[in-house]
Design a protein around this ligand. Structure first.
Ligand SMILES: [Fe+2]
Ligand SMILES: [Fe+2]
Length: 182
């Protein structure tokens, strides 16, 4: 039984729960798109560029889907969009300046957190909201691909990988916590 099954259909708290999910996912996909833009600003002409560009394109599709959901489901977007606009880009650009491997380490860290976040959401939805759940499942599979792409491109060989990864994961979890609430 899903955790949300304790709510009756039409219960405002269940609706609110779904709206919060859409809000945080919209924020996350926005942040992800900005991270890849930041990476491409630095690595746009590098050997890694086509790989990064492909992931960036997929993030744009994820973002477009949540843009539609925000409108259709009358979700108030996060108040923190201006922050994610700057912070996402800065994170992507800063790690890219450290080198291609650090950029890939950033991707791996972020995608691991998103994978876990999407898995929790799908569990939470259970049999509710099948269309939303299917979209999240599809995007999650692509986030896992992005993680694997990062690993295949030397993420773990980045200088100070454990510290870099831990810091980015902590930041990503904080961003999720904040975007769910604000
Ligand atoms: Fe995504
Ligand atoms: Fe991704």
């Amino acid at each position: 039984m899903s955790k949300r099954a304790r709510h009756l259909p039409g219960d405002p708290s269940a609706t609110e729960d779904v709206q919060r999910m859409i809000r945080v996912d919209h924020a996350g996909e926005y942040g992800a798109a900005r991270i890849y833009e930041g990476q491409l600003a630095v690595l746009g002409r590098s050997a890694a560029a086509p790989v990064i560009r492909r992931m960036a394109e997929q993030e744009k599709r994820h973002l477009a889907a949540f843009d539609r959901l925000v409108v259709d489901r009358r979700v108030r977007p996060t108040l923190l969009s201006p922050l994610w606009h700057v912070a996402g880009f800065a994170l992507g650009a800063a790690t890219a300046l450290l080198g291609e491997r650090a950029a890939m380490a950033c991707t791996v860290a972020v995608e691991e957190v998103i994978d876990e976040h999407y898995r929790e959401q799908v569990d939470r939805l259970g049999k509710d909201e099948p269309a939303l759940s299917a979209a999240i499942t599809e995007f999650r599979a692509q986030e896992i691909e992005h993680r694997d792409t990062g690993l295949a491109h030397g993420a773990e060989a980045a200088v100070a990988y454990p510290a870099l990864s831990a810091a980015i994961k902590a930041g990503s979890r904080l961003a999720i916590w904040l975007s769910t609430r604000l």
